[in-house]
Design a protein around this ligand. Sequence first.
Ligand SMILES: Nc1ncnc2c1ncn2[C@@H]1O[C@H](COP(=O)(O)OP(=O)(O)OP(=O)(O)O)[C@@H](O)[C@H]1O
Ligand SMILES: [Mg+2]
Length: 337
Amino acid sequence: MIIHNAFGVDLGTSAVKVYCHHTGQTIAEKNMIAIRNGRQVLAVGDDAFEMYEKAPDNIQVSRPVMNGRIADVAQVEYVLHTMIGRADRSAGYAPMIFFSAPVNMSEIEKRAYYSISHAGYFRSPRVYLVDRPVCDAISLGINIPQTRGSMIVNIGGQNTDISVIANEQVIISTEISIGGQHLNEAICNEIRRQENLIVGRRTARRLKAVLATLGEDIRETRQVTGMNTLSGLPRQGTVSSELVSFAVEGQISQIATEIRTFLERTPPQIRESVAEEGIYLTGGTTRIPSIDRYLKRVIGCPVNLSGYFEMCTIRGLAELIRNKELQKWAYTIGKKK
Ligand SMILES: Nc1ncnc2c1ncn2[C@@H]1O[C@H](COP(=O)(O)OP(=O)(O)OP(=O)(O)O)[C@@H](O)[C@H]1O
Ligand SMILES: [Mg+2]
């Protein structure tokens, strides 16, 4: 039983997820911050996202995490403290904070997790890092001490992480700069190309969630309002599932190629284990219907889709906080298992 409070924090590019041990609750909000005149914080999380692409020029709405890594320490610190405060009004004395962290981090990047936790109102926090694929593996029910080779692919907001766990650790890992935001951009570009219409990223994101598919024959359309590329005037247009899915497939096919290349480079005994077990697929972008069947066909290897999507990593962290046995996968700065 942990007497001090403990928090699990997954600082994603798209969303920040916080698990609070005392309440047993997890909250998730957009990882965004709105700042006026470069000084005054106006909104954090979902409230800041509401202002995205709508705010006047003196309000800057930004993402403090880029490519899954802390990009702006001061802003992430603000987001962290606000989100922990929303998860539980009082963090209490000496709270434990477990972060899911990228695998290949420099010492400076690791230190950033310490600085953001030690600043602000936490009293004597104890900070631990856990490799993101390890969190995913716990959540997916992979037996880490026993697996001969499990491959996890997490397709998030800005990144796709491909990792292999064997010998009780992450033995190989790579990051590809393709995630949900690139899909949104590809959708915007395709609408401009086919329909001569400029739409915002938020519109593209909404279209992706309702119209994208990688296999099923959906013949749906949606009305959108954008700016005519020729006249510069507002205009309505129709976007089909076919257009959105075409744009999405262009990006996902690149991920498939990378996974195949990665698999080819892994040692044969691990490849054998992965082929037997199937590739584990997780992250918010894997909500696209039929993505598992698509990747299975293109890569030529079985694929297991996790039903936890964007919540997979934080679920693993929560389980690690609840189960002391699993805490051997957590490390402090300078000390890695
Ligand atoms: N129904 C859906 N269809 C397609 N994509 C979706 C859907 N729902 C959410 N997404 C996408 O999932 C992404 C967020 O996923 P996730 O929360 O796993 O990312 P993250 O952990 O914040 O980012 P990263 O791991 O890259 O740092 C967003 O780009 C979002 O648009
Ligand atoms: Mg993530």
